[in-house]
Design a protein. Structure first.
Length: 156
């Protein structure tokens, strides 16, 4: 898996660090096969993640190729957040302090768009979404936070 992943990623950058975390069958429970998680850190500190899980009988090299291509796809989408974590950042933005929260994201996923509708319904908060001035594929997403405070924490 690592060799296949390195084969794809070394075309773009040689400074990669890959680690294998191997479990024997007794320690891994009823795991059906292999999996690979990749995290890339940009020069600006943005994290992009990709994960691939193989079914029983999957070829490890195929998982490495798929995971590395998925990571490259996430990087190509741009923004500071990969598509799998857009909803989480949107939630933090709306629950944050009563001030403007902004984030640069790639194209919003269908799940993120539905999550924005749910936020509008539950919190009454709308997001402003505009194209980033220096990129055609990136968006600037902003909203006013609700200033949510955990009431249990405030009492204690």
């Amino acid at each position: 898996m690592i060799d296949a992943c390195r084969e794809v990623l070394n075309r773009y950058i040689n400074d990669i660090y890959l680690v294998a975390d191997v479990y024997r069958k007794d320690d891994s429970g009823k795991s059906p096969g292999f999996g690979m998680s990749l995290v890339a850190t940009s020069t600006t500190g943005a994290l992009h993640c990709a994960e691939t899980i193989g079914n029983a009988g999957a070829i490890p090299n195929d998982i490495g190729y798929t995971a590395s291509r998925s990571l490259l796809s996430e990087i190509q989408r741009g923004g500071c957040v990969d598509r799998h974590h857009q909803w989480l950042v949107l939630l933090w933005m709306v629950l944050g302090s009563e001030d403007v929260a902004r984030c640069r994201m790639g194209e919003l996923t269908v799940k993120s768009v539905q999550f924005l509708r749910d936020i509008k319904l539950f919190f009454g908060t709308s997001f402003k979404i505009v194209s980033a001035p220096d990129s055609e594929s990136e968006l600037l997403v902003s909203c006013f936070g609700t200033g949510y405070v955990n009431s249990n924490k405030a009492v204690a």
